[in-house]
Write a protein that binds this ligand. Structure first.
Ligand code: GLA
Length: 752
C-alpha cells in the first residue's frame, strides 16, 4: 500500500507513457493503430466468475481508467475489486502490423496489485494479494504491459472481448489511475530495446568513456536489419562518429557493441535500426555519461559536516571523514572527556558530554603531510544539525531487505570511500519486522534479520549510525507490523538494539483518522512516538513520513521531528524529480538546522524497489541535477541504490566533496529559487561565511546556453567563481555567469 495520498499519486496520472522513452525503447504503435480503453465496468468485491467473458456485467457501473475509483464514487474503498473492459477488435487491425502474432495489452499502472485476464485467459499478474501464499506486496507504480499470442485463437475478431482485471488495493488511491490503457498489434521492431547499460561503462585515462550498447530483442522472432549509430557533440554541433552495422538478433536475445566517446557534457548517441523486411525503424537517443568529480588528492584532506548534535549522556559514534593515501592517522585535540578516538580508523566513540559546545581540532596525517579542521560537537537536545546523510534500503531492495544486504551496504560505504566523504548512516526501511509480536508484545525482527543488536554493533564499530522504520498504524505500507498501541515498547526495543534514527511512515494510520482529520488528530501519533524516542537514553533522529500532509514543514519539529517527507514516493524519472525536488520552492524558507524538508531518497545508481535492479532511468544530466538540487535544498541525502554494484559514474556523483559541502553547510539554509523562466531555473543557497551556492538548471529538452545575472545571487561587485562539480576555481567575474547546460542538466557554482 504505497498509495497513501491520492492527491500526490493522482498527479502521476499526468505523466503519460514515458516508460518507453525512458529506457530508450522503440515506441509502440500507440497512436494510429492503437485501440484506446478509456472506460471499464467496475464492481467492488471478489468473485472468480467475474473473469468469464460472458458474465453479465450490464448492471455494473462504468468508470474511467485514468482516475482512481475513489474519485468516481468509491471514496475510501480498500480491498478487492474488478474492472471489466469491453472492446471490439476489428480483424483489419492485423493488417497494421508487419508481425501480426501478438496483441499487446497495455494496462498502464494499477494501484496496488492486479491479476488480469483476456477472454478468461490469464495474461499477467503484478504484485501479490493478501490471499497469495507470500502475502500482500504492492506494485502500484509498475507498468502492466501484458500480451496475448494471436496464434492461440483467444481473440474474438470483430466481436466483443473482455479484459477482466482483479485488483487489490491496500489503502489510499486504488485501481487504474495513470495514463490510458490500450491494445495494439506491435510491429516487429517494437520488440527492440536500446539499452545504454549505464552500469557497464568505464572511464578511460584519456578523457574518454567506454560504454556498452545492448540491443535487446524482447519478441520471439528474429530481428534482421541495419543499425545506424551517430554520435554528436551537442556543444559544437559536430558529428563525432557514424557507424553502420548489419544485425541479426535471435528471438529474445540481445547483441552488444562497445563504443568509446569523449566523456564530457553534451555528447549524445542516436541509434536507428531499419528492419530489413519491412523498412520500419526503431530509434533511440542516449545522453552519454561523463564524470566531473576529480580524483581525490593523495595528500590528507578532511571532509564532512563541521557540526554534530547529540544529547548529553547518550552514546556517540562518529567517523571522521577524510581522504588521502592510506594509511591515514587521526588525532582529535579538545575531545571532551568520555569520548575516545581510534587513531587508525578515525572513529570517535563514547558518551556525549554535558550540554554545551565543544570545538575539537581534527587532524589527519599520512606519509605526504597532514591537514587540520575544526569540528564542533554540540551537546544538547537538537539533533541532525546538518541534513542526515546515508543509505536506505527501500529504493533498491523494497521488502526484500536483509541483514546481509545491509551489512554489505555498510561495507561499501567504507571500502569505496563514501564514509570518507561523510556518508554515515545505514537505514533499514520496511520489511524487517516479524509477522507477530512476542507474547509480551515486543516487536521482533523476521528471519532475514537474525540479530538486530548485533547489526547495530556492527554499524557502530565502523562509526556508522543505525536507522530503522515503522508506522504509527497497525501495519506498515508494505503490510508488515506497525507500532500502533506499542509505541513506547517499540521505542525501547529500538533503543536496546542501538537504533539512531527512526523513519515513521503514516501508512495504515490514515484509516484510523477521520476523513478530514484535524491537525491535532494528525499530529497525535507523531507526538506520541517523538516523546517515546526522547525517553530513550539515545540520540534518536525522528524522521516523519506522511507525504507533506497538513503542512508538516510548519510543525514537524514541534512533535520531535528533525526531517519530514514533503511528497509521495520518488521514482527514477524526470517527472518524479519535478514533483519531489523541483516542487520545493515555496517551502524552502522553513528549512533550518534540525528542520529538514525531505523530498525523498535519491534514485541514482542501481535501483529496483525489490524487483530486478536496473540502472536509474534518469539520464546522466538528470542525475547531476538530482544530487545538485538535493544539495541546494539542504535535503536529507539518502542513497537508495544497491551499493555492491556501484559504478564509476554513480560513485563520481556521490563523492564530490564540494557538492556535499553545499548540502552539509553549517548554516543549514535551503536554496531559494530566484529564477524560473524560459525553461531555466536558478536556485541560490546561502552558505556559512557569506558564500553562495548557485545552481543553474536547464529544464528544457535540448542543450542551451544562458547568462545568469549576478544580481540574482546578490553580488554587485566582482565575485570569485568556483565550479563545484569540477572543483575548479574560475577566477573573478563582475556581472554574470555564462552557462551551457545539456537538457535537464545543471551547472553548480559557489560564489564568494
Ligand atoms: C511508503 C514510503 C516509502 C517506503 C515504503 C515502505 O511508500 O513513502 O518511502 O518507506 O512506504 O513500505
Amino acid at each position: 500500500m504505497h498509495s497513501l495520498s491520492s492527491t500526490f499519486r493522482g498527479g502521476l496520472a499526468l505523466l503519460a507513457a514515458l516508460l518507453f522513452s525512458m529506457t530508450g525503447a522503440a515506441h509502440a504503435a500507440t497512436s494510429t493503430d492503437a485501440i484506446m480503453l478509456p472506460q471499464a465496468r467496475f464492481a467492488t468485491g471478489d468473485n472468480v466468475a467475474w473473469r468469464d467473458p460472458d458474465f453479465d456485467d450490464s448492471g455494473w457501473k462504468v468508470i474511467n481508467t485514468t482516475q482512481y475509483y475513489e474519485a468516481q464514487g468509491y471514496d475510501g474503498y480498500d480491498g478487492y475489486s474488478w474492472y471489466r473492459i469491453h472492446v471490439t477488435i476489428p480483424s483489419t487491425l492485423k493488417a497494421s502490423s508487419d508481425w501480426p502474432e501478438r496483441l499487446r495489452i497495455y494496462l498502464s499502472a494499477i494501484d496496488d496489485t492486479d491479476e488480469s485476464y483476456f477472454n478468461g485467459v490469464r495474461i499477467g499478474k503484478t504484485g501479490s494479494m493478501p490471499s497469495d501464499p507470500q502475502g500482500y506486496e504492492s506494485r502500484w507504480e509498475t507498468p502492466r504491459d501484458y500480451a496475448v499470442d494471436l496464434r492461440a485463437g483467444v481473440v474474438r475478431w470483430d466481436r466483443d472481448n473482455v479484459i477482466a482485471v482483479r485488483v487489490y488495493d491496500g489503502g489510499g488511491g486504488g485501481g487504474f489511475y495513470k495514463d490510458m490503457p490500450y491494445l495494439a498489434i506491435p510491429q516487429r521492431v517494437d520488440g527492440l530495446l536500446f539499452d545504454a547499460d549505464l552500469a557497464h561503462h568505464h572511464f578511460l585515462a584519456n578523457g574518454r568513456v567506454q560504454t556498452t550498447l545492448n540491443v535487446r530483442n524482447r519478441y520471439p522472432v528474429v530481428q534482421r536489419g541495419v543499425l545506424h549509430v551517430e554520435v554528436r557533440d551537442l556543444v559544437t554541433g559536430r558529428v563525432l562518429l557514424t557507424r553502420q552495422r548489419a544485425l541479426v538478433i535471435a528471438p529474445e536475445k540481445s547483441v552488444s557493441s562497445q563504443w568509446t566517446f569523449p566523456a564530457r557534457p553534451g555528447i549524445q548517441a542516436s541509434y536507428r535500426f531499419v528492419d530489413a523486411r519491412s523498412g520500419r525503424v526503431a530509434t533511440a537517443t542516449h545522453d552519454l555519461p561523463y564524470r566531473l568529480t576529480p580524483p581525490d588528492a593523495p595528500t590528507p584532506t578532511l571532509h564532512g559536516a563541521r557540526l554534530l548534535g547529540a544529547r548529553p549522556g547518550t552514546p556517540l559514534y562518529y567517523r571522521i571523514a577524510a581522504t588521502g593515501r592510506a594509511p591515514l592517522h587521526f588525532e582529535a585535540q579538545g575531545l571532551p572527556e568520555g569520548l575516545t578516538l581510534n587513531a587508525d580508523s578515525g572513529v570517535i566513540m563514547g558518551t556525549t558530554p554535558a550540554a554545551g559546545s565543544y570545538p575539537v581540532q581534527l587532524r589527519v596525517r599520512n606519509a605526504l603531510g597532514n591537514a587540520t579542521r575544526e569540528w564542533t560537537l554540540v551537546a544538547g537536545e537538537q539533533l541532525a544539525l546538518t541534513p542526515p546523510m546515508g543509505w536506505n534500503s527501500w529504493n533498491a531492495y523494497g521488502l526484500n531487505v536483509s541483514d546481509t544486504l545491509v551489512r554489505k551496504a555498510a561495507q561499501v560505504f567504507i571500502d569505496k570511500g563514501l564514509a570518507a566523504k561523510g556518508w554515515n548512516a545505514i537505514n533499514i526501511d520496511d520489511g524487517w519486522e516479524a509477522a507477530a509480536r512476542r507474547t509480551d508484545g515486543a516487536i521482533m525482527s523476521n528471519a532475514r534479520f537474525p540479530d538486530m543488536k548485533a547489526l547495530g554493533d556492527f554499524l557502530h564499530e565502523r562509526g556508522l549510525r543505525f536507522g530503522i522504520y515503522s508506522s504509527p498504524g497497525a501495519t506498515t505500507c508494505g503490510g508488515y507490523l506497525g507500532s500502533l498501541g506499542h509505541e513506547l515498547q517499540d521505542a525501547a526495543s529500538y533503543a536496546s538494539w542501538g537504533v539512531d534514527y527512526l523513519k515513521y511512515d503514516l501508512c495504515s494510520y490514515s484509516a484510523k483518522m477521520s476523513k478530514s482529520p484535524s491537525l491535532e488528530e494528525h499530529q497525535k501519533p507523531y507526538r506520541l512516538m517523538g516523546q517515546a524516542l526522547r525517553n530513550q537514553a539515545r540520540s534518536i533522529v525522528f524522521s516523519l513520513c506522511q507525504y507533506g500532509e497538513q503542512q508538516v514543514w510548519t510543525w514537524g519539529a514541534s512533535v520531535g521531528g528533525s526531517a519530514w517527507r514533503m511528497t509521495g514516493d520518488i521514482v527514477d524519472n524526470w517527472n518524479s524529480l519535478l514533483e519531489t525536488g523541483f516542487s520545493q520552492a515555496p517551502y524552502t524558507g522553513f528549512v533550518a538546522p534540525g528542520r529538514w524538508n525531505d523530498p525523498d531518497m535519491l534514485v541514482l545508481g542501481q535501483v529496483g524497489w525489490g524487483d530486478a535492479l536496473h540502472p536509474s532511468r534518469l539520464t546522466p544530466d538528470e542525475q547531476y541535477s538530482h544530487i545538485s538540487l538535493w544539495s541546494l535544498l539542504a535535503a536529507p541525502l539518502l542513497l537508495g541504490n544497491d551499493l555492491p554494484s556501484l559504478d564509476e559514474f554513480t560513485l563520481g556523483l556521490l563523492t564530490n566533496h564540494d557538492v556535499i559541502a553545499i548540502n552539509q553547510d553549517a548554516l543549514g539554509k535551503a536554496a531559494q529559487r530566484v529564477l524560473n523562466r524560459d525553461g531555466w531555473q536558478v536556485w541560490v543557497k546561502d552558505l556559512e561565511g557569506g558564500a553562495k551556492a548557485v545552481g543553474v538548471f536547464n529544464m528544457g529538452a535540448s542543450l542551451r546556453s544562458t547568462q545568469v545575472e549576478s544580481s540574482l545571487f546578490g553580488r554587485e561587485r566582482r565575485f570569485r567563481l568556483r565550479d563545484a562539480w569540477r572543483q575548479q576555481d574560475m577566477g573573478a567575474r563582475s556581472d554574470s555567469i555564462a552557462a551551457t547546460v545539456p537538457a535537464h542538466g545543471v551547472m553548480l557554482f559557489v560564489v564568494q
